[in-house]
Design a protein around this ligand. Structure first.
Ligand SMILES: Nc1ncnc2c1ncn2[C@@H]1O[C@H](COP(=O)(O)OP(=O)(O)OP(=O)(O)O)[C@@H](O)[C@H]1O
Ligand SMILES: [Mg+2]
Length: 367
């Protein structure tokens, strides 16, 4: 069903993205590290999951945002437990290489196996070594002449708990039967985490195959909504479709949410749906603000842009008026850069604009 609000896992539920799927299938044959990048709700997890459901290669999928949600925050313990669960699933699902992996891991420090369950110790004294673990996975894959895909959904969540560039570089350089696919919503942040251009970084100079997802065009968004409503036998008017697209643009996650809501509650008024969606968006902005050191400043910049102040000098003046002090250009630029890194805003010609109209609405009306 097109309007299912969980990430899609089957191609028949996936609208389009044919080209990106083909790219993924091609890339696993030739690339060692693949990045699916786009702001929130553009369909990254859906694309990745549908791809994994089709590929002939065994895979380990880690939903790193779920790890943060389940455990309250990212931590080494959360990561190790999440990885233990996924490895357990891996050995059950791919019995043949699973059995071999169990054998190979039996005597590795920090890894305990009971029946068909793998458990990685995260305690300081006996912590399992992740590189050794993947070495074993690689050895088995090599023997069976297959590749194993390691999929890290929302990789930036790992940034404060393990040395991500070091691990990815190690896999890239040494474990030739493992292909890593990462996704990230905070597009700029992902590149910060990978540090590809930092000569000091272990990943420096490595080639990343990048797949960027885009918003649907007006015509595609129209078609998507039409197909979704028809699938559920829900009547709709062209005005309704136009209204939805005017509120959420071509962001497929929001189009799905609106479609699902209308079908579910037979609601024809988008006002209520917009408010509900904006509450979710507001939570995400608040989470960013709470975690940052310049909360007030980011808040004021976002407020300025949401109220129509979009040029560099005007936003700066707004911020200075709020604080009653002069802010130097480089400090101000750093703030803007960070908001771009987190995919809240982008630069469009001389203006700074929101990437997501519902985030803009949330900042304007709910924050
Ligand atoms: N190609 C598609 N066809 C149909 N529905 C889609 C498609 N892509 C995404 N969706 C729907 O849009 C919503 C967001 O998708 P998904 O979770 O895959 O995006 P995401 O980019 O991973 O989002 P997030 O940044 O929140 O993790 C979900 O409800 C999903 O079912
Ligand atoms: Mg996702």
């Amino acid at each position: 069903m097109l309007f299912d609000i969980a990430p899609k896992t089957r191609r028949e539920d996936l609208y389009d993205f044919e080209h990106e799927l083909r790219e993924l299938h091609k890339s696993v044959e030739h690339s060692r590290l693949i990045a699916i990048l786009a702001p929130r709700r553009y369909g990254k997890s859906s694309l990745l999951k549908v791809f994994l459901s089709e590929t002939k290669y065994p895979h380990i999928f880690l939903d790193l945002r779920k790890m943060v949600i389940d455990y309250g925050k990212a931590s080494i313990r959360a990561f190790y437990e999440c990885l233990s669960d996924e490895l357990t699933e891996f050995i059950c699902k791919y019995e043949n290489i699973g059995n071999k992996l169990v054998e190979a891991l039996k005597h590795v420090k920090g890894i305990s196996i009971s029946g068909f369950s793998i458990s990685l110790s995260w305690s300081r004294r006996s912590r399992a070594n992740i590189a050794t673990l993947f070495e074993k996975v690689n050895e088995i894959a090599e023997k069976h002449d297959v590749k194993v895909i390691l999929a890290l959904d929302e990789v930036q969540e790992l940034r404060n708990i393990i040395n991500v560039p070091m691990l990815l570089a190690y896999i890239y350089d040494n474990l030739r039967n493992i292909v890593t696919i990462i996704t990230g919503s905070e597009v700029g942040l992902v590149y910060d985490v990978l540090k590809l251009e930092d000569p000091e970084s272990p990943l420096y100079g490595r080639v990343v195959k990048e797949i960027r997802l885009r918003k649907l065009s007006y015509t595609e968004a129209h078609e998507f909504l039409k197909m979704g409503f028809k699938q559920l036998n829900v009547e709709f008017s062209k005005e309704l479709l136009d209204k939805i697209i005017s509120e959420v643009d071509g962001i497929i996650g929001w189009l799905t949410y609106y479609g699902w809501f209308i079908a579910q509650y037979k609601a024809a008024d988008t006002g209520e749906i917009r408010k509900k969606a904006a509450i979710q968006a507001a939570v995400e902005v608040k989470r960013f603000l709470e975690r940052s050191r310049s909360k007030e400043r980011y808040y004021n910049i976002l407020k300025a842009i949401s109220s129509g102040i979009k040029r560099w000098s005007d936003i700066k003046r707004f911020l200075e008026a709020k604080e009653g002090i002069e802010i130097d250009d480089s400090t101000f630029n750093k703030l803007l850069k960070m908001l771009i890194k987190f995919s809240f805003i982008r630069k469009a010609d001389e203006n700074y604009v929101f990437n997501d109209p519902l985030v803009e609405y949330a900042v304007k009306h709910l924050l």
